[in-house]
Design a protein around this ligand. Structure first.
Ligand code: SAH
Ligand code: SF4
Length: 357
């Protein structure tokens, strides 16, 4: 019998198969608080149960093939699956500064994990490295969850340390919605990693009906839309799927999505030199997002070998941002974290594939 991946199971599901049920909680704590990678170390379980678990389930399903560390502390992981495929995750470390009432500066580290949801992607965006490799398969929910455990373990991140999750690695999460939604639920389990859906963000290229479906689940998850263009002709060139779900239909779907009181929907806008970096586009963007609790995140296009597009002029990006901010729209420019390690997802895998072939 094929062994099953233990990370595929929600706590309730384990409780249904393992008796007495409190054992499932103990297993969860070993997996998600102690980052155990063998059943034999789960010493508060009876020996025969440990053996039974070992015969039924696997814990290590992903192998770390390569880690690249950026000067800014970001790290990019290349994982290999049991069936010999590879994909990547990025760990982003940010310094957070808070000012205490007495003026003292309190510095802390903030971690964001950028997870993959698929190996490759079917959407085929013109600017994206992942798209170039084609589509292999969906990641299972266990493979999505295990990325978090491995990143925490490998960096000795304390279990109680808060981490944010963004589904912005390889793949289109809404094309693997069932597994992503189940992974979000497993990651948020209070007896496990306890990462609230409010600290998890799904980034989508804009599959309108799936955005509506996701909203109806009322998970409390955050939404990011990869908009990148404000007119349909250009957007269809960048994201072919725009022909099926155009800008208006995406905006309509976003309006149906439940947004937390204190949160906003993030609109990602990949700024490409001489393509969409003009103030006329900024003006249209402002109009498009009217009436939405939105936040715009400008991403500087990260060129890769063979790409037809160019990195924008930082002054131009700043002018774009200033235009929006002056008119009351929240806007940030994404720092190029890990630019020296090709942190735009898909790029490391691509290089590895070139080496192999
Ligand atoms: N498929 C989802 C999530 C993964 S892509 C989506 O498209 O939203 C995550 C982000 O990486 C997207 O916003 C995408 O625009 C960005 N990205 C892709 N290629 C890039 C590149 N060459 N430079 C900078 N960002 C890139
Ligand atoms: Fe897929 Fe996102 Fe890349 Fe587009 S940008 S090809 S949706 S991973």
């Amino acid at each position: 019998m094929m062994k099953k991946n233990i990370y595929d199971y929600a706590l309730k599901e384990l409780q249904n198969t393992i008796s007495p049920a409190f054992r499932a909680k103990q297993i969860y704590q070993w997996l998600y608080i102690h980052y155990a990678d063998t059943f034999s170390e789960m010493l508060n379980l009876p020996k025969d149960l440990r053996e039974e678990l070992d015969n039924t389930y696997t814990i290590k399903n992903l192998e770390i093939m390569r880690v690249q560390t950026s000067k800014d502390g970001s790290k990019k992981y290349l994982f290999r699956t049991k069936d010999g495929l590879s994909f990547e995750s990025v760990l982003i470390k940010m310094r957070d500064k808070k000012y205490a009432p007495d003026g003292q500066v309190i510095e802390s580290e903030k971690w964001t994990f950028c997870l993959s949801s698929q190996i490759g992607c079917k959407v085929g965006c013109a600017f994206c490295y992942t798209a170039k490799g084609g589509f292999e398969r969906n990641l299972s929910r266990g493979e999505i969850v295990e990325q978090v455990v491995q990143l925490k373990r490998d960096n000795a991140i304390a279990p109680e340390k808060r981490v944010n999750i963004v589904y912005m690695g390889m793949g289109e999460p809404l094309n693997n919605m069932e597994n992503v939604v189940n992974a979000i639920r497993i990651l948020s389990e209070l007896d496990g990693l306890s990462i609230s859906p409010r600290r998890q963000t799904i980034s989508t290229s804009g599959i309108a009906p799936k955005i509506i479906e996701l909203g109806k689940l009322k998970l409390g998850v955050q939404l990011a839309i990869s908009l990148h263009a404000v007119d349909n002709t250009l957007r269809s060139k960048l994201i072919p799927m725009n022909k099926a779900y155009n800008i208006e239909s995406v905006i309509q779907a976003v309006k149906s999505f439940p947004v937390d009181e204190r949160k906003r929907v993030m609109f990602e806008y990949l700024v490409i030199k001489n393509i969409n970096d003009d103030l006329q586009s900024a003006k249209k963007l402002l109009k498009l997002l009217d009436g939405i609790k939105a936040k715009v995140n400008l991403i500087l296009f990260n060129p890769h070998e063979g790409s037809e597009f160019q990195r924008p002029d930082p002054h131009q990006v700043k002018a774009f941002a200033d235009f929006l901010i002056a008119r009351g729209l929240l806007c940030t420019i994404r720092e190029s974290k890990g630019i020296d390690i090709d942190a735009a997802c898909g790029q490391l895998r691509e290089k590895e594939l070139e080496k192999i072939s």
